[in-house]
Design a protein around this ligand. Structure first.
Ligand SMILES: C[S@@+](CC[C@H](N)C(=O)[O-])C[C@H]1O[C@@H](n2cnc3c(N)ncnc32)[C@H](O)[C@@H]1O
Length: 301
C-alpha cells in the first residue's frame, strides 16, 4: 500500500474530512453516536494508526484521523480499517473523494479523482468562463464525473455534458452528475454526444486512460488491484484512446474552443503531435500541481 505511481490515492493534502473542512468545501452530515468516551477514542486512533502503518500505509496517522472522522461508531471504524488494510483505496472506504471544493461520491468500480487533475479542470473552467454564451463544456471518459461536476459548479449557467463507457463508473457518476447538474451520457468517447452540439463545444476535457499496458503491473497495489483496468490501460504506449479522440475534437469544438487532456509526464511530445496532426493550434503543455507536464491543450482555429 503506497501512494506512489500514477497518482496518489490518499486524499491527505487534497482536502480534509468533515469537521475540518476548508472554506467553501461541502460538509457531510453523519450521526455522532456509537463512540466510546474520549480516552477510549484516543486508544482507537492509536490502534487504527498501528494497523494502517503495519499494512504499509505511508500516511497512517492522517488516514486514521480520516477514518475516525467518517466512521459513525467503533464497529464501523474497525470495519473501515479492515477494508483499508487489505489495500482498498481510502476514498472507497470513506465513500467520497475531494475534488477542488467538491465532494464526489466514489467507491468500488470507479476511478478515484486525483488532486493533480484539478489543474486541468481549473484551466478548462477558465476557458469556459471566457467563452461567449451559451457556454458548453464536455468531459469524455468522465469516471466519477469529477471534471464535469467541477465545470458545472465553477461556471454557473454553462451546459455541461459527460460521457462514460463503464457501467460501474456510470453508477457512481450518476449521483454526482445529478447533484451538480451535469448531463451524463453512456457510451464510447464522443459517440453519445447530441449531434446538435457539433461545432458548439467551448471546452472538451479528456482524462482518458493513459498508462502504457506494460506499466500497469508497476502501479501501486491499491490502484492496480482495486481501480478498474478500463480507467488505466491506454494501450502499448498509453496513447490509444487519445489517438482515437484527437481527430474527433475539431468536429465538436466551436471555433476558438479548447481540447484539454491529461497525459503521462513522459508523453508530452507524442501527445502534442496528435493534437497538431488533428489540426489544433496553440498546442501547449502545462504543469500539474506537482510541477509535472501533465495538462495538454490545443485550440480549434
Ligand atoms: C483515468 S479515468 C478518468 C476519470 C475522470 N475523468 C477523472 O479525471 O477522475 C478514465 C475513465 O475513462 C473511462 N473510459 C475508458 N475508455 C472509455 C471510452 N472508450 N469511452 C468512454 N469512457 C471511457 C474509464 O471507464 C474511466 O472512468
Amino acid at each position: 500500500m503506497t501512494t506512489a505511481g500514477r497518482a496518489p490515492t490518499s486524499p491527505a493534502g487534497a482536502g480534509a474530512p468533515s469537521g475540518r473542512v476548508a472554506d467553501g468545501r461541502e460538509e457531510c452530515s453523519r450521526p455522532s453516536t456509537g463512540w466510546p468516551v474520549l480516552g477510549a477514542r484516543r486508544e482507537l486512533r492509536a490502534w487504527a494508526t498501528r494497523e494502517l502503518a503495519a499494512a504499509g500505509c505511508v500516511s497512517a496517522p492522517a488516514e486514521a484521523d480520516w477514518l475516525l472522522e467518517e466512521a459513525p461508531g467503533e464497529d464501523a471504524l474497525r470495519a473501515m480499517v479492515a477494508r483499508r488494510v487489505t489495500g482498498e483505496p481510502l476514498q472507497y472506504v470513506i465513500g467520497w473523494a475531494p475534488f477542488g471544493r467538491l465532494r464526489l461520491g466514489v467507491g468500488p468500480g470507479v476511478f478515484v479523482p486525483r488532486p493533480e487533475t484539478e489543474g486541468l479542470a481549473d484551466r478548462a473552467a477558465g476557458h469556459l468562463r471566457s467563452a461567449s454564451e451559451p457556454r458548453v463544456g464536455v468531459d469524455v471518459c468522465a469516471g466519477s464525473g469529477a471534471i464535469a461536476c467541477f465545470l458545472a459548479a465553477e461556471v454557473p449557467g454553462a451546459r455541461v455534458l459527460a460521457t462514460e463507457l463503464d457501467p460501474g463508473a456510470l453508477a457512481w457518476a450518476a449521483g454526482n452528475a445529478e447533484r451538480y447538474g451535469v448531463e451524463l451520457l453512456a457510451g464510447d468517447l464522443d459517440a453519445p454526444l447530441p449531434a446538435e452540439l457539433a461545432g458548439r463545444v467551448d471546452v472538451l476535457c479528456a482524462n482518458v486512460p493513459y498508462v502504457p499496458s506494460g506499466a500497469i503491473a508497476t502501479l501501486p497495489t491499491d490502484v492496480r488491484d482495486h481501480e478498474p483496468l478500463l480507467a488505466l490501460d491506454g494501450g502499448p504506449d498509453g496513447l490509444d484512446v487519445l489517438r482515437r479522440l484527437a481527430p474527433r475534437a475539431g468536429h465538436w469544438l466551436a471555433p476558438g474552443g479548447w481540447l484539454l487532456c491529461e497525459i503521462g509526464e513522459d508523453q508530452a511530445d507524442a501527445a502534442a503531435a496528435l493534437l497538431t496532426a488533428a489540426g489544433l493550434a496553440e498546442v501547449a503543455v502545462h504543469p500539474d500541481l506537482a510541477g509535472r507536464d501533465r495538462v495538454l491543450e490545443g485550440r480549434r482555429p
